[in-house]
Design a protein. Structure first.
Length: 121
């Protein structure tokens, strides 16, 4: 958990840099981006059993095999995830992604989204 002092420092740095707290490019959106990226990296490392760049993954058949960008819809607005979602070549699914690469938005648990509707057929 962030201390009140750490939060105050983030807010002060944002104000000093001319960055708003919310909205496009604001502090909250930037923080959401960083949290999402780090969570995806941690999930992949946990799934594979080693960190990115660790020699333990070489030749294992279970390794990071490329990546792609993603826009994630969050309560802080759309967030472009720059440290992209890695693909695992020997996995049944990619952590954080159950479909093929696309540029469509993917709601997260922090996102506000409308549940899908079902056809009445």
């Amino acid at each position: 958990m962030l201390s009140p002092e750490a939060i105050d420092a983030l807010i002060a740095d944002a104000k000093e840099s001319g960055i708003g707290l919310d909205g496009q490019g604001g502090l909250l959106q930037q923080m959401m981006k960083q949290v999402i990226e780090r969570a995806l990296q941690a999930e992949m490392a946990d799934h594979l059993g080693y960190e990115a760049g660790d020699p333990a993954g070489r030749g294992s058949g279970n390794h990071r095999n490329g990546s792609y960008g993603k826009t994630v819809t969050t309560t802080a607005g759309p967030v472009e995830v720059d440290v992209t979602i890695p693909a695992c070549s020997a996995c049944s699914r990619t952590p954080g992604n159950n479909s093929s690469p696309s540029s469509t938005s993917t709601p997260t648990s922090a996102a506000s989204s409308t549940p899908p509707t079902r056809s009445s057929r």
